[in-house]
Design a protein around this ligand. Sequence first.
Ligand SMILES: NC(=O)c1ccc[n+]([C@@H]2O[C@H](COP(=O)([O-])OP(=O)(O)OC[C@H]3O[C@@H](n4cnc5c(N)ncnc54)[C@H](OP(=O)(O)O)[C@@H]3O)[C@@H](O)[C@H]2O)c1
Length: 260
Amino acid sequence: MGTILAKGLLRAGWSPSDLVLAARRPEGAAAAEQDTGIRTLLDPAEAAAGRDVVVVAVKPKDVPGLVAQLDGVLDGEQVLVSLAAGVPLAVYEAAFPGVPVVRAMPNTPAAVDEAMTAYCASPGTATDALERAAAVLGAVGETIHLSEDLLDAVTAVSGTGPAYVFLLAEAMTEAAIREGLPHHAAEVLVHQTIRGAGRLLSESGKSAFRLRGEVTSPGGTTAAAMHVLEEGGFRALMEDAIRAAAARARELGEESGGRR
Ligand SMILES: NC(=O)c1ccc[n+]([C@@H]2O[C@H](COP(=O)([O-])OP(=O)(O)OC[C@H]3O[C@@H](n4cnc5c(N)ncnc54)[C@H](OP(=O)(O)O)[C@@H]3O)[C@@H](O)[C@H]2O)c1
């Protein structure tokens, strides 16, 4: 996610010299540097010192180690932006008193500047710090400012959400092939259908319910398909999946040393 964001910043007009990355292993640093063209250090303290915005993009379980490495490095002029799923603001507030902290949850469509990122900030974060964080997050897509108690739900909905759509794409493609379509045609049909439906949903101003109604004539083909999905428990399954993802986000936060 760190390199995805960095490449988005470059596309949005940041110069490689504006940015510094950090990785843990020499192979990781070499791969990040090759992928982005941005100088990549093995010492996160050196990478973070004096930077306007410091983005934490390590796995939640690696947050405590990274926080220890950044001890005494950050100051109140900087803003720390954490992308780590489930890790509460309190973890950073305790480690870096006086440093504005933003907790954000982007998603992988950031790679094509279509991210959905929700973020929250530590109490008292100045507008200027918030704007700097939002500018970085907004370089790769849409942003929304929410309260922290909603972030685990966000993780389960939009953070994890692309995988739900990819699973849908896989299932539709397999079914299309079983209906006799050649593999390539099945993929083209499914991918463009998902893309088109997504654009219609976001650009038409109509609700999902209304758009679905518009393609569902009584006794028609869509009605037949919807009946199977509803009878099969599609909605309940989606609810269970999102609940499981939110619960896992909470667990990851606890494993990272976060107090709720
Ligand atoms: N993937 C998603 O869809 C998504 C969406 C939203 C949020 N997130 C969040 O983004 C975070 C990163 O996820 P990811 O999938 O991008 O993980 P990842 O591929 O494992 O990348 C983590 C990076 O952090 C580096 N790192 C770990 N500890 C470090 C340390 N102490 N100092 C310097 N660098 C260190 C690793 O370096 P090495 O390679 O050298 O080990 C690696 O480059 C997670 O917390 C996740 O919850 C992910």
